[in-house]
Design a protein around this ligand. Sequence first.
Ligand code: MD3
Ligand code: FE
Length: 218
Amino acid sequence: MEDLFAGLRCRTDLAEGAVLLPGFAEFWAGQLVATIQRLSLEAPFRVMKTPGGRSMSVATTSCGDCGWYTDEKGYRYVRADPLTGKQWPKMPDMFFELASAAAKEAGYPDFSPSSCLINRYEPGAKMGLHQDRDEDDQASPIVSVSLGVPARFAFGGLLKTDAVQRHDLFHGDVVVWGGISRLAWHGVSPVRETFHPQTGAMRYNLTFRAINAALFQP
Ligand code: MD3
Ligand code: FE
């Protein structure tokens, strides 16, 4: 049903610097889902722990020159996957091209992501309000791609206490977070138990990021 309305939902500025491109990834979506499955054979989804010792609600993996990681040592980008000891899988060309095209569409023709974080939400999984501050390249946008079961996404302002707006993100939706929105507080409400033909009960989210290479840790 939601696909019937994809054409009716049009490009929207969600906030200053944040552009929603509904269905931008729709043509790529089947391939993206299949590629996520393939990547996860090399770098399995795992539930990471925050520095405070809590298990995250989502399962996560990465591809690209570095991957975001969290454990008792803190939040950081690492060149090798601590679970396997191997480098993260190379970012598939299709991923890079999709993220670059979306960024270009939103006004960032030079975006060159070096990392893609892959979050997998099972029914009930959520992400608490947080800011993304580990990239140290805040001039570059973050490109996010939603796949599978829809999710209600919340984002606020630069202060945790600022009021939040809520939006539903559907299969194939892309959001480019640039400018001031890059530092907005954001999170995802618990994912509803429902079905998507391409992902079953799961929601996947890809976030493409440009990382200052000097900051990568081994
Ligand atoms: C707004 N992921 O991985 S994507 C994350 O759906 C993350 O898995 C969520 O937040 C998810 O860090 C949300 C949309 C998103 C991504 C990055 C942002 C929104 C953002 C950075 C700044 C502001
Ligand atoms: Fe985030």
